[in-house]
Design a protein around this ligand. Structure first.
Ligand code: ASP
Length: 603
């Protein structure tokens, strides 16, 4: 049990299981808490009484308080007790310096069992691994354990710090509704059927995007909200169907101002809530093009080097068929250098090749740089100057291994980025005590949706674009750069935002490119488009994923560890058993009938 009583003193002098100190020796006290541990030693019974503030040792002596001692002999872990007694110094040699209350104990004189407890399904006074399903089913017990206690307190402190930071800078916290109309952010909406108007549905917000823009039109020039967002997406390890964002919007700003504000906030949070060293300030800024070029990833982990190197030019005239074909078909050849890996075994190389293939690559070429030669299956097909370009040309020294992929730019980026991360981990290049922040900005505004044959927003459909790129909207929409920026920490996207289109014509033009039919436009975005007609100020904002931020500050690997009541990996609430079937009368009221073929029962 971590003792938090030093970091979390009760301001009002409340007596808790973490508050007693040596200068209170002699005082009569009453403590309430849970039995953390009970030990019977030579007639004395020791109980560690626990609450969220700490632990206090209580001693029952049969000679001094026979009734209390008798009762104490029957209590078990997690019983809730009220103990009356006297504070006294612990005997010489039994002081526990790790505990804030470790210099004292309470001589138990009176004992009341406020409630009993069944034996919990897992031990709460130990930090061992427990099956996550069991933890989630009994989350209220899991939450009593020190790890989650620490994380939930941290989360509270982080959110409080976010509020303080923004309020001190004139931001207003404004709530926006959760029953709204569908706002597209790229995921599927959760729908809520209306009983008043059967056949009609509310949607839960994927984010308060349109509402915060409307607040700008309303003149609340600095808004924030700790906003719950809902996205009905396939679940991944670090996703939840509902999650919390720090949502921000500001009027009269360009990207630089929003990025600067966010950066100062994250510097403050990191310094206050983590001991990790911030790798570089100001946070490095990479354009999307640079991030993809150097790391093959728009959320690069900058805790270590190993950058992608483009060797396409050096290989233009190559007689090695596989490379020549890729290059003439508009593809690329890029490579990374793995330091000291020239002696990797066949098996190790096969493993890396497999990883590249999982990212869509047809294969991966290797060159081992030895003192006397460059060795690898493709070495004999390359000229000396090509070999040189692929080794010394990209910084490979004797003893290093070069991994090269030839494919479309997308596949090259994806596979080399995966290889880079694997190598970083494998070679222990990632310093766990570092926070490497960076901004990635100037994302493409639009990407082509092959299936639907239309352009769609890469981030959100309200992002504005660089003025200088406006002519490209007609000629090459895919090349238009958005005023979009993402904040990245250690390879995780913490959040992002953009400066928006504040003129109706600009926004409509983009909607047209995105292929929304005019009638659908009015239905889905009518309110926002109309509002842009009434003196909408230039504005922009950002939203940061609070779950992920707290996860990284807590040094956890999963956001479920920093959410009081998370869903499991399949999006299920194991404690309440949701989602669940409802009784037919509930469906009747809503005018809904289920398709029996589509119905699933969750076990
Ligand atoms: N609404 C966006 C999101 O949820 C963030 C923003 O652009 O402010 O990702």
């Amino acid at each position: 049990m971590t003792d938090r009583s030093n970091t979390n003193p009760s301001q009002f002098g409340r007596l808790t299981c973490g508050s007693l100190r040596i200068d209170q020796a002699g005082e009569s006290v009453a403590l309430r808490g849970w039995v953390h541990r009970r030990r019977d030693l030579g007639g004395l019974i020791f109980i560690d009484l626990r609450d969220r503030y700490g632990l206090t040792q209580v001693v029952f002596n049969p000679q001094i308080a026979p009734d209390a001692h008798e009762l104490a002999s029957g209590v078990r872990p997690e019983y809730v007790l009220k103990v009356g007694g006297t504070v006294r110094p612990r005997p010489e040699g039994t002081i526990n310096p790790k505990l804030a209350t470790g210099e004292i104990e309470v001589e138990g004189l009176a004992l009341e069992v406020l409630n009993e407890s069944k034996t919990p399904p897992f031990e709460l006074n130990q930090e061992g691994e427990v099956d996550e399903g069991v933890r989630l089913r009994h989350r209220y017990l899991d939450l009593r354990r020190s790890r989650l206690q620490r994380n939930i307190v941290l989360r509270h402190d982080v959110v409080a710090a976010m509020r303080d930071f923004l309020i001190a800078r004139d931001f207003l916290e404004i709530e926006t509704p959760n029953l709204i109309k569908s706002t597209p952010e790229g995921a599927r909406d959760f729908l809520v059927p209306s009983s008043g108007f059967p056949g009609n549905f509310y949607a839960l917000p994927q984010s308060p995007q349109q509402l915060k823009q409307l607040l700008m039109v309303a003149g609340f020039d600095r808004y924030f909200q700790v906003a719950r967002c809902f996205r009905d997406e396939p679940q991944r390890a670090d996703r939840q169907p509902e999650f919390t964002q720090l949502d921000i919007e500001m009027s009269f700003v360009e990207p630089d101002e929003v990025m600067g504000l966010s950066e100062n906030l994250f510097l403050e949070l990191s310094r206050r809530f983590s001991t990790k060293r911030i790798r570089e300030t100001p946070f490095p800024r990479l354009t999307y093009a640079q991030a993809m070029d150097r790391f093959g990833n728009d959320r690069p982990d900058l805790r270590f080097g190993i950058e992608l190197r483009d060797v396409s030019n050096a290989l233009t005239g190559t007689s090695f068929n596989a490379f020549a074909q890729t290059l003439s078909g508009g593809g690329q050849v890029k490579a990374i250098v793995v330091p000291g890996a020239a002696d990797y075994s066949r098996r190790e190389i096969d493993g890396l090749t497999e990883l590249a293939k999982q990212s869509g690559a047809k294969g991966m070429a290797t060159l081992a740089v030895r003192a006397d030669e460059v060795r690898g299956p493709i070495a004999k097909f390359l000229s000396p100057s090509e070999l040189d370009a692929l080794t010394t040309g990209i910084g490979a020294n004797t003893g290093d291994l070069v991994l090269a992929v030839a494919d479309t730019p997308q596949v090259v980026a994806k596979s080399l980025s995966a290889l880079r991360l694997e190598i970083g981990n494998r070679l222990g290049l990632i310093d766990p005590n570092v926070f490497a922040y960076c901004w990635v900005y100037e994302f493409p505004l639009l990407e082509w949706n092959e299936e639907e044959g239309r352009w769609e927003a890469t981030h959100n459909p309200f992002s504005g674009y660089l003025e200088e790129d406006a002519p490209l909207l007609d000629t090459d929409p895919g090349a238009v750069r958005a005023k979009q920026y993402d904040l990245v920490l250690n390879g995780y996207e913490l959040g992002g935002g953009s400066v928006r289109n504040h003129r109706r014509a600009d926004q409509e033009r983009l909607f047209a490119l995105m292929g929304y039919p005019a009638n659908e436009l009015a239905g889905r975005f009518g309110a926002l488009l109309d509002a842009l007609d009434y003196g909408a100020p230039p504005h922009g904002g950002v939203a940061m994923g609070i779950d992920r931020v707290v996860m990284l500050l807590a040094d956890e690997e999963n956001i479920r560890e920093v959410i009081a009541f998370p869903k499991n990996q399949r999006g299920l609430d194991l404690m309440f058993g949701a989602p669940d079937l409802v009784v037919p009368s509930q469906l009747d009221e809503l005018g809904l009938r289920l398709d029996p073929d589509k119905q699933t029962t969750i076990r």
